[in-house]
Design a protein around this ligand. Sequence first.
Ligand code: GLP
Length: 255
Amino acid sequence: MDIIIRANPEDVAAEAYEFVAAALTRKPDLTIGLATGRTPLGLYRLMRESRLDFSTARFFNLDEFAGLGQDHPASFHRYLAEQLLRWINVRSDHVRLLRGDSKDFRIECGGYEQAIRSCGGIDVQILGVGRNGHIGFNEPGSSLGSRTRIKTLEAQSIQEYASLFKSPDQVPRFCLTMGVGTIMEAKSVLLLATGREKADIVQRMIEGPVTAEVPGTALQFHPHGTVVLDEEAAQKLARREYWKWVYQNEWRVGM
Ligand code: GLP
């Protein structure tokens, strides 16, 4: 994995934006997997304010609450529309988001995997990481070879989303999520983490043993994984200074 440590969340967003913009320039019909949550908001702001041409790009998303329709204010569908998709020149038939209101989740999840395959796979999968180590909604204990499927949310995940609903008991107990195996098939992954509350899980994810207890550790096996952290999220990395040295001295095309 490439570990990039920047001073603050704004610089993390700028680094992530450069990564996406360079990938889109290399491949205008780029297929991007989107993440939700707090962390990618800065990146999405830069993308929607940019003059990047998304007219041939395609988008998927990592996860969605089971049972929520596309217009529900707490749905990830709504989050992605408002934070990014409605502001950029992407074709509506190039956007395929998991449908939380599908009638048969197994058919939806199987169809989603097929849709990803039919466009040649995801080129750049944007990721955050939960404080419990989940990527997407692959909660601790998820198979590291799992596919898109319905998952039961951990109490911690339900609690973290309670503020989006009128009361905690209205938070969906289930979600649809790309599996760890699905994520690992992306040609490249770009994981963002900021804030001191992520420092412990970032250290376990990057420097700890690969284990289903921390699904994000699967990324240690990804051949093209980039992790962008701010100083707070990186503060518990034992090899923090090493990673900074590598980034400042790594070989780049044209050297
Ligand atoms: C959420 C989402 C993940 C996200 C993670 C971190 O539950 N399912 O896709 O990456 O938890 O969210 P945040 O960036 O808000 O910390």
